[in-house]
Design a protein around this ligand. Structure first.
Ligand code: SF4
Length: 221
């Protein structure tokens, strides 16, 4: 895999960023997705279902779904009509059901039933965009990637890891400044930090484990 291009940082900034991730690592050594999955196929499906839905909502639905369909064959046998009632509690469920059935068919017909685990092949699946592919590849330790969701975007801005205006640009800048050893887990740390500490409306700056390293602390505390 090609290593991401690095950005030249001042020694002070390099030390600040390294310390940020040292602390995240000390708090949660091996963070993983909160989505429940059993195999690469169920991971792809869970991540695809999670767009505009919480992990809790997705896990509730997939507990029922994966009990009856945890392979592309079983998912195809279930069909859209069988799938829809099981995921109807999740936003955009009709479109997602169509995509899950279509991607199951492609995995079966074009990949011999094995979920393809390269970025290009994943992104060629219906309903699988760059962010979904990044989450899958990163979670399975295949390729370090920082999928930029709303939490990662906000926390990156507040911690001044990136001030870019689009998720793609933030992703590129994060990949260029986060120290290599932390790249695989950075995505999870930033999400967890955004979900539980650096929340959108009321960041918990007083309890923040990286508050002394955060340029935004005083402004919004
Ligand atoms: S100090 Fe406040 S704004 Fe900065 S990362 Fe922590 S919670 Fe977020």
């Amino acid at each position: 895999m090609k290593a991401p291009a690095r950005k030249r940082l001042s020694p002070k900034e390099r030390a600040r960023i390294a310390e940020l991730f040292e602390r995240f690592s000390a708090a949660t050594a091996d963070p993983r997705t909160e989505l429940v999955f059993d195999n690469p196929f169920t991971l792809v499906v869970a991540v695809a279902l999670s767009a505009q839905a919480t992990d809790v909502q997705v896990n509730k639905a997939t507990a029922r779904l994966f009990a009856v369909a945890d392979t592309p064959e079983k998912m195809l046998a279930l069909g859209e009509e069988g799938l829809i009632p099981l995921i109807a509690s999740i936003g955009l469920f009709r479109t997602k059901a169509k995509n899950v059935i279509a991607l199951s068919r492609i995995i079966l017909e074009q990949h011999g039933g094995q979920t393809p685990l390269t970025r290009d092949a994943l992104q060629a699946l219906p309903g699988v965009g760059r962010k979904t592919a990044s989450v899958v590849l990163n979670e399975l330790d295949i390729e370090p990637a920082v999928a930029v969701d709303t939490h990662v975007f906000r926390v990156s801005h507040r911690l001044k890891l990136s001030l870019a205006g689009t998720p793609d640009r933030v992703e590129a800048e994060l990949m260029a400044v986060i120290p290599q050893p932390w790249l695989t887990r950075a995505h999870h740390w930033l999400i967890l930090h955004g979900r539980y500490v650096c929340t959108a409306r009321k960041p918990r700056c007083m309890d923040c484990p990286v508050g002394d390293l955060c340029p935004s602390r005083e402004g919004i505390a």
